[in-house]
Design a protein around this ligand. Sequence first.
Ligand code: SF4
Length: 176
Amino acid sequence: MFLRDIDIEYIQPCIVVPNRIRFKARLTDDITEVMPYLNSVIKNAVYNHDGKLLTFTKEQRLLTLYPMELTVAKALSSTDAYELTDWVKKLINDTYANKDKIKPMYERRAKPTPLEIYGWLPKQSGCRLCGEPTCLAFAAKLILGEKQLKDCPPIWEPGKEDLLEPLQGIMEALGF
Ligand code: SF4
């Protein structure tokens, strides 16, 4: 077996989205070599080969894989967390087992839509501290690299880590 296990290190309640959780898990083995194959297999993946970071959504959850780490935001429950880690482990091992039949992709293949980014913003539309009329307009410019996360002051406020951390992962995967 390529990846022996994924061990959950902590589970925390999601501060921003009620009744959701976030968690972090450690991979027992380095998955760097399989990441370009996962990028090929996971259709909505955003992959940064140099940064060794691959992020994707599964339903409303946001999963980010690093060579030896998995972080998940907006998971449903502790049970969901354990089921997700099993699912990710199987995905990685299946991908590794079939890698001779998969064309690895070293390029970023997907870009999140403004609406997906919007889901991670504080949504204080009307505050306009970013200089945009709405959070959605800000999200569109963020993807294009015309705005940066630092331009949205509310997301840096204490208690917004559940939004900020996934967004930082996405922006990193996008190469910003
Ligand atoms: S500063 Fe942030 S919260 Fe305020 S409108 Fe812009 S994106 Fe939305």
